[in-house]
Write a protein that binds this ligand. Structure first.
Ligand code: ADQ
Length: 471
């Protein structure tokens, strides 16, 4: 059987793996031979060309170091100040510095040069996320003929947003060098197809026109999931129970509305707090009867837009406290730190409402984890943004437009008033969907499509032809 090589920006660290994704991919590498390749997390003035192999808790990991300048241009620059905001349709938050693209390409070349000598001819390579779009191109340029797949964890942008990205034609051409592209949701495949099939290029006077041929690239939705059964078990573990007791002591009779996110402008946190403010303003009976807990540890906090989101959220929380708090009642708690999965599972289980309202999100695993952790006898209600990929999986959640804070406030009221039988019915449907879309089957589904056994090899190739201008 072919070996599997997983490539991502960062490799998993020591200790218990943080997320379901890392656990699932570890499992893949436990069952098939192969290794994980990525950046070590270390900066060096003169990084070695060759990767270092390390055994990390039984996992074979090959890592390279990067220079400080390259890492900055590639990670904080092109990946997270251009691609992330543009793919999330926040062009207003994109910062464009043209030299970042060179750093982005250089790091992808460095990845390719260090990875190529480690590859055997029939290795299956699975590349993860927007940091590494050019990797297949770079590997192929060096002669790699392996099957190479790419999974985009974030949404695919609309055509207009794509056009706003410097070098978008190169990036689309890079995508055409993969054998399989996996996206989170049908809407992402539709956006990609729209671009690939219909868009004429923007031509500057007299540029040659060259076709991007997508005929060898399959594009399909592979919605990621969590391990809902593991969350169900975690939610009754001693650590979760401890968290539940601790919270119950402070909550008393108040019902808990819970938000859990990385602090990121795509997660719609200020809008969420505003919706909660409207809930309290419109429903005086709920004051003292509910409490919002928002857990949001900072991420990418060297980037200005992230600091600004953090400041806005601080101000919003302060405003709601100032408006509604009493000497003996606080309407919300905002915690800026990460919790381990057992504690999170306890919080999910205790919550009457899981408030998951990103402005745009590839999938959103918090929604899946919340569903997995509920008590079947007394489940909470999921209030979910229709702009998360998860909305395609969970039509039985209360779906809201997160930009419309009146609508979200009303959904919160409906969730808090929802009778037990409706909560159970909705949760059952949500849990069935979460089980159907579990992360193990996701990984297996992608790999089976990327490397079908000769028995089930059928042609799924598409015949996109996209005309692009060549500078
Ligand atoms: P993220 O944007 O990080 O991921 P999400 O899917 O919600 O978003 O969360 C990933 C993981 O982080 C979850 O397992 C969650 O438990 C954990 N997490 C979030 N907040 C936490 C906190 N405060 N404390 C501890 N753990 C926390 C990107 C895309 C998503 C996509 C995932 C996976 O942006 O759309 O779902 O990748 O493909």
């Amino acid at each position: 059987m072919s070996r599997i090589v997983i490539v991502s920006n960062r490799t998993p660290g020591k200790g218990p793996a943080a997320g379901g994704l890392a656990v699932a991919l570890r499992k893949v590498l436990g069952e098939r031979e192969g290794f994980w390749f990525g950046w070590s997390g270390k900066l060096a003035e003169h990084p070695a060309q060759e990767a270092r192999f390390e055994d990390i808790d039984g996992l074979k990991v090959a890592q390279i170091d990067l220079t400080r300048d390259d890492h900055h241009a590639y990670y904080a620059g092109f990946s997270n100040s251009i691609l992330w905001p543009s793919f999330h349709l926040r062009l207003d938050l994109a910062t464009i510095e043209s030299h970042w693209y060179e750093g982005y390409r250089r790091v992808n070349q460095q990845f390719a040069r260090a990875l190529l000598p480690l590859l055997q001819p029939d290795d299956i390579v699975w590349v993860h996320d927007y940091h590494l779009i050019p990797l297949a191109s770079e590997l192929r340029q060096l002669g790699a003929r392996n099957r190479i797949g790419f999974y985009l964890h974030i949404p695919f942008p609309t055509t207009d947003a794509l056009y706003a990205i410097p070098h978008h034609e190169d990036l689309m051409r890079d995508l055409s060098r993969y054998d399989l592209i996996g996206m989170q949701a049908r809407r992402d495949v539709a956006a990609f197809t729209e671009f690939a099939e219909h868009q004429a290029p923007s031509t500057f006077g007299g540029h040659q026109v060259r076709a991007i041929d997508f005929s060898r690239t399959e594009v399909e939705a592979f919605p990621i999931g969590s391990d809902p059964q593991a969350f169900a078990r975690l939610a009754v573990s001693p650590a979760a129970t401890k968290m539940i007791h601790r919270m119950k002591r402070s909550l008393g009779e108040q019902r808990l509305i819970l938000g859990v996110d990385r602090l990121d402008y795509s997660k719609g946190l200020p809008q969420r707090v505003e919706a909660y403010e409207k809930l309290l303003a419109n429903n005086a009976r709920l004051r003292r009867a509910v409490h919002l807990l928002q857990v949001a540890p900072p991420s990418r906090d060297t980037i200005k837009e992230y600091q600004e989101t953090s400041d806005t959220l601080d101000a919003m929380c302060g405003r709601v406290m100032g408006h509604f708090a009493e000497p003996d009642w606080q309407p919300l708690t905002y915690v800026k730190r990460a919790y381990g999965q057992p504690s999170l599972a306890g919080l999910y289980r205790l919550a009457r409402v899981g408030l998951v309202t990103p402005l745009r999100d590839g999938m959103n695993l918090v929604a899946h984890e919340f569903v997995g952790a509920q008590d079947p006898e007394d489940p909470g209600v999921l209030v979910l943004s229709r702009f998360a990929g998860a909305a395609e999986i969970f039509p039985d959640a209360l779906l809201v437009n997160p930009f419309d804070t009146d609508e979200t406030a009303e959904a919160l009221r409906i969730a808090l008033d929802m009778p037990l039988d409706e909560r159970q019915e909705r949760w059952r449907a949500l849990m069935d969907a979460a089980l159907e879309h579990n992360v193990d089957d996701w990984a297996l589904g992608f790999l089976t499509r990327l490397a079908p056994s000769p028995m089930d090899k059928t042609s799924h190739t598409r015949d996109f032809l996209y005309l692009a201008s060549v500078a």
